[in-house]
Design a binder for this molecule. Structure first.
Ligand code: SAH
Ligand code: SF4
Ligand code: F3S
Length: 492
């Protein structure tokens, strides 16, 4: 029974290719800028976790390339092997530890090779990493990447090098991330770092530090630059993008910043979205992730106003029960969340809505679990990321509550949630059959060399015969068929 459930979960994850920790550790190849002299050393970097970690790896690659390093996509050839890690669930950390075993074998063969751990797991474990995993030479947290060249030099002398200082200011604002592994059509732009929300289950505030927003001018400049290079879609990234707030006045902090107005020189998420949407009508804009508490009508009106802001909102609910939401410290209850859903339906009627759900949080009863299923029935998400609660050391939930829902019960609840979501995803896709969508072509379909794949505004993957089009172009595609994960169609 257990293996079957696990296989089922994996099959679903693969079918959506979206669950963060199931993403393969992608490698990255970069070119050293022409004016930078080579230092004769090569680095290899591999990333796990969310999009923000992948975006960070591009910043790391840029920093190292500017310090004279060349890159390699073969870790056997590397002088420095870097692994950018995720700590969100126990399973994510286990994958990293397994991967370190592989690198251990490399080190035995190539004595000079250094292994560096970056990202959220590095921040969570700090020096402890060096004790627990003997092969690790460098530990660098998410705000310490500018110091990587120095850390590598330190490690070359045989010492262990650690920098896990979190910052209140670092946004890597002016560092232009390298994007050589991309499809040349869609790109991610980090607009903020950290998180101040303190959801009780979540390790992110501990690993990424305090929330800070990046200067909007550097964001707009980066988006413009991408457009000039031929990119046609940007996704604005952050743990909580809709709480974006930037001011040049550094005395505006905390509540003062929240209360300050546009006329005071403060740029909030709605204004930023507008600025990026105004770059060009054929540059699409997406964003991820939004916290329900900050999804204001102001943001929704801007979405409705601009055709090039994609009609898609990822609005993690976590649970459909108000008592559990209280324990999770999500700061909204079921009714409040459903009111936001109604506001989206009213202001942006074509929007698709997706979510994140956690099954089996501390003390969750059967009836409370059914509240989650009932909420799903009410909202009818187009897509969802669904997880079993995984207790994370140091989080408020780990300190305050007992992780008391038995593993089999958690798995069964997750299974019920996945079943229902598969049904809803299929229904949502079936309702699109016969409709025509504008699709931005991203590349060749993984299943067929004769088909393109791209996405519509609602973030649904659309596959269709190639014809005379090419990646980066928009095509109007009439949907003729679907699965629960993909729409199939023909150009009209
Ligand atoms: N900042 C984003 C979420 C980032 S983590 C947001 O608030 O929307 C992505 C998802 O992982 C969360 O939405 C949550 O559903 C899940 N998650 C986080 N911590 C978890 C834990 N300890 N166990 C299981 N799932 C967790
Ligand atoms: Fe974690 Fe909550 Fe912050 Fe999302 S909003 S990163 S779930 S603390
Ligand atoms: Fe993981 Fe850190 Fe992202 S914990 S999900 S890589 S912010």
């Amino acid at each position: 029974m257990e293996t079957k459930l696990y296989q089922y979960e994996t099959a679903f994850e693969l079918s959506t290719k979206r669950i963060e920790e199931e993403r393969l550790g992608e490698t990255l190849a970069v070119q050293r800028p022409a004016h930078v002299r080579a230092n004769g050393k090569r680095f290899y970097i591999e990333s796990y976790g969310c999009q923000m970690n992948f975006a960070d790896s591009e910043v790391v690659a840029s920093i190292l390339a500017n310090a004279g390093y060349d890159s390699t996509t073969d870790y056997l050839q590397a002088d420095v092997i870097l692994i950018n890690t995720c700590a969100i669930r126990e399973h994510a950390e286990q994958r990293v530890r397994n991967r370190l075993q592989t690198f251990n074998a490399v080190k035995k063969r190539n004595k000079g090779a250094l292994v560096g751990v970056l990202g959220c797991m590095a921040e969570r474990l700090k020096e402890k990493f060096l004790e627990e995993e003997k092969i690790v030479d460098i530990v660098a947290g998410p705000d310490a990447y500018r110091s990587l060249p120095a850390l590598i030099e330190e490690a070359e002398t045989g010492q262990k090098a650690v920098n896990v200082l979190l910052s209140r200011e670092e946004t890597y604002a002016e560092i232009n991330p390298v994007r050589l592994n991309s499809n040349g059509v869609t790109a991610f732009i980090s607009i903020m770092r950290g998180c101040d929300n303190m959801c009780s289950f979540c390790v992110v505030p501990l690993t990424r530090g305090r929330e800070r927003s990046r200067d909007y001018r550097t964001i707009v400049a980066e988006a413009r630059d991408l457009y000039a290079q031929g990119y046609r879609e940007v996704t604005l990234l952050g743990q909580n993008v809709d709480s974006y707030r930037y001011s040049d006045d550094k005395t505006l902090v905390g509540k003062k910043l929240v209360d300050a107005k546009y006329s005071d020189g403060v740029v909030n998420f709605a204004r930023l979205l507008e600025m990026v949407a105004n770059i060009a009508p054929d540059l699409r804009v997406r964003f991820s992730t939004s916290h329900p508490k900050d999804m204001t009508d102001d943001v929704l009106h801007v979405m409705a106003q601009y055709d090039n802001i994609c009609k898609y909102i990822h609005l993690p609910v976590q649970s459909g029960n108000s008592r559990i939401l209280g324990l999770m410290n999500r700061t909204y209850d079921r009714e409040w969340y459903l009111e936001r859903i109604r506001a989206i339906r009213r202001i942006v009627p074509e929007a698709a809505i997706s979510t994140d759900i956690i099954a089996g949080f501390c003390t969750e009863t059967e009836e409370e679990h059914r509240d989650t299923l009932r909420l799903m029935e009410e909202v009818r998400y187009s897509m969802a990321y669904m997880f079993i609660y995984s207790e994370r050391p140091g989080t408020p939930a780990a300190k305050r509550y007992r992780d008391d829902v038995p593993e089999e019960v958690k798995k069964r609840r997750l299974h019920e949630i996945i079943e229902l979501q598969l049904k809803h995803s299929l229904e949502s896709n079936r309702a699109d059959v016969g409709k025509t969508f504008e699709v931005l072509i991203e590349g060749t379909s993984a299943r067929s060399a004769h088909h393109w794949y791209g996405r519509n505004s609602q973030n649904k993957v659309v596959v269709f015969p190639k014809g005379d089009y090419c990646p980066g172009q928009y095509a109007n595609v009439k949907i003729t068929d679907c699965t629960s994960a993909t729409l199939l169609g023909e150009v009209v």
